[in-house]
Design a protein. Structure first.
Length: 142
């Protein structure tokens, strides 16, 4: 023991801040994936080179935010672990670490890409809901 005094309120605040950072990254990823989906639909139904470029740019942006979200979710998990006597407020990072790791792994057709965009967006939205739920519990019980 280093002689530090455990400050539960401080640990809860740090967990809340980490959760908010994760939510911010996830929400931005969702926004970029929504935009990529729209550009993808345009691309499928008669788009041109510009719509294809925009779709891939939005997917690339989403990947950046997904990577940020992975890092932020791990920090959130670590902060939750720092709170003593916490029960039932943990986040399984394992499932989130596989989000959207498929984007530029051999894109074959616009429809296939559109399906992957939709899958990634669903996963991001599920992660948002889980983080929001944990933050609600953290704020109401701790």
């Amino acid at each position: 023991m280093t002689g530090e005094v455990y400050d539960r309120d401080k640990e809860v605040r740090e967990a809340e801040m980490a959760g908010e950072r994760a939510l911010s990254s996830l929400r931005e990823a969702d926004k970029q994936l929504g935009s990529a989906r729209n550009w993808g639909l345009l691309d499928i139904f008669g788009g041109d080179t510009i719509s294809g470029i925009m779709k891939h740019m939005k997917v690339s942006n989403a990947n950046k935010y997904i990577e940020d979200a992975k890092r932020d979710l791990m920090a959130f998990r670590d902060e939750l672990d720092d709170i003593r006597d916490i029960e039932g407020l943990n986040i399984d990072i394992g499932g989130f670490l596989t989000f959207a790791d498929f984007f530029f792994d051999g894109l074959i057709a616009d429809i296939f890409v559109q399906s992957k965009i939709n899958d990634a967006r669903r996963q991001v939205q599920e992660a948002i809901a889980r983080v929001e739920g944990i933050l609600r519990q953290l704020r109401s019980h701790y």
